[in-house]
Ligand binder design. Structure first.
Ligand code: BT5
Length: 328
């Protein structure tokens, strides 16, 4: 959806919400908001598709009856206590990948802290060309534009920092024991509930920008999880047993990530290390790690001051900066 249409959509929802007690004719809405009647008709159709209940009596007009759990910039910003993250919010109903759009926007100069959220991704991406299942209305599919003044080799630590903020937000909202799995996953009861995809535009010694893409399965029921993911994936709703408001989860995540991110920018990864270790599911267990063409097996012993995973293989210690880790 074009930005101007998105603004029109948000204005229409706000206007309908303010006048919930009344039926509003297309003419009234058109005059008040300066939106063409045909566009109003199309927007109402689109909103109904997204779960809004809007009555329309012939000759009398539209009345808003029910609002779904819906992502809108105004709704997201209203109670957000951050200074940087989410300063600018763009919401899309359907998009290929929020990371792709964030990358393009960052290239054309979008400010640090800009947040892109979508209700559905048709080409959601995981790491290394893998796909990320992002059905409509059920999850939080979001990307943040970050411009940390750090050398590129320090950036990977941000991935697990975003995972930490997500785990903290889940604990705050649900009371459940969320865990992080190095380098980029968030787990609940042994299944993946969220993942982080960090992408970088950089020169040898300078970062232009980082895109932090975060996906969280929020309100999926068991039947919403495709067969190929059913043994590895879960959602907050499946684990908690009730729906979780996406906007609240998003605010909580942004507030926590902002604190961690500011500290990371100023003081590096080390201050986060002990918290991250507390939230880590792998430490002390036997794992295999695949990175590049190498595969090693050993005990996941530590996460060091750079955010790298330390594996003990016999008497040797191996330090891994990124890779695939699986419990043995
Ligand atoms: C990740 O990759 O875990 C990073 C996921 C990042 C998604 C966000 S959503 C917003 C932003 N825009 C994007 O396009 N992406 C980011 P990775 O560690 O490579 O895990 C991918 C693997 O997880 C897949 O190969 C599947 O096995 C599994 N998977 C796919 N979709 C899943 C889901 N919704 N929940 C749990 N597991 C999933």
């Amino acid at each position: 959806m074009k930005q101007s249409l998105q603004i029109a959509e948000e204005e229409l929802i706000t206007f309908l919400q303010k006048n919930r007690q009344t039926q509003l004719s297309t003419r009234q809405i058109s005059e008040e908001l300066g939106i063409h009647p045909y566009v109003i008709y199309q927007l109402v159709k689109e909103l109904r598709r997204w779960g809004f209940k809007i009555s329309s009596e012939k000759g009398k007009g539209y009345q808003l009856l029910e609002v779904p759990d819906f992502l809108l910039p105004g709704k997201i910003r209203r109670n957000l206590k951050t200074k940087l993250l989410g300063k600018e919010v763009l919401c899309y109903r359907t998009i290929g990948s929020t990371n792709n759009l964030a990358f393009r926007l960052a290239e054309s100069g979008a400010e640090e802290g800009t947040l892109i959220v979508a209700d559905e991704q048709t080409k959601g991406r995981g790491r290394m060309g893998r796909s990320w299942y992002s059905p409509p209305k059920l999850g939080l599919w979001q990307s943040l534009i970050l411009r940390p003044d750090i050398p590129p080799f320090k950036a990977p630590g941000l991935s697990i920092c975003a995972g930490l903020a997500l785990a903290q937000a889940i604990v705050e909202l649900t009371g459940m024991d969320a865990k992080i799995k190095w380098p980029n996953d968030c787990y609940l009861n042994g299944r993946k509930v969220g993942g982080v995809l960090l992408e970088l535009s950089a020169e040898i010694d300078r970062i232009n920008f980082v895109i932090a893409g975060i996906g969280v399965n929020v309100n999926h029921q068991l039947s919403d999880i495709p067969k190929n993911l059913s043994s590895i994936a879960t959602s907050l709703r499946i684990e908690v047993g009730k729906e979780v408001p996406r906007v609240k989860l998003l605010s909580s995540f942004l507030e926590k990530f902002e604190v961690i991110y500011m500290d990371f920018k100023n003081n590096g990864f080390a201050p986060q290390r002990s918290l991250i270790k507390n939230f880590s599911s792998l430490l002390g267990t036997k794992v295999t790690v695949k990175y590049g063409k190498e595969k090693i097996e050993g005990i996941a012993e530590d996460i060091d001051d750079n955010g790298s995973l330390v594996i003990r293989v016999g008497k040797e210690k191996r330090v891994v900066t990124t890779g695939e880790v699986a419990a043995v």
